[in-house]
Ligand binder design. Sequence first.
Ligand code: DQA
Length: 147
Amino acid sequence: MKILIINGPNLNMLGIREPEVYGRETYADLCRYIREKAAALGAEAEIFQSNSEGEIVTRIQQALGTADAIVINPAAYTHTSIAILDALKAVSLPAAEVHLSDVTKREEFRKVSYAGMACRHHFIGLGFEGYFRAMEALAADLQSDGK
Ligand code: DQA
């Protein structure tokens, strides 16, 4: 079972950016956490981070035939990108949305999630654990689909 993990803009700045919102753990810490939890689930996690909307769209397209499911934290593109929503719909792979912070309790503009409209699971405001919960939920879906 191969799960593609996509992280959007500025998530590579974890540990430095707004620690009062996102904590002090770094992006390398997040990647290590994701790999360990994927292994515990018997899955393989491929992690991709980009600050560019177009690169994220292209990576989602490339998931077709190469990944079984997608976990995505589109970061700021969550609230703006119809292109990422369309790419997720185009590949139609089981997908889960993750946000480290609780976007429902922040600024108004963070309350809309375009990408989330193409996701069957949503883990919001759980910090790193959201990635584990997302992989766990998708792994359970794939198992019940017999994949
Ligand atoms: C985020 C929330 C977004 O609103 C923000 O733009 C991010 C990170 C989160 O993980 O909490 O960059 O997706």
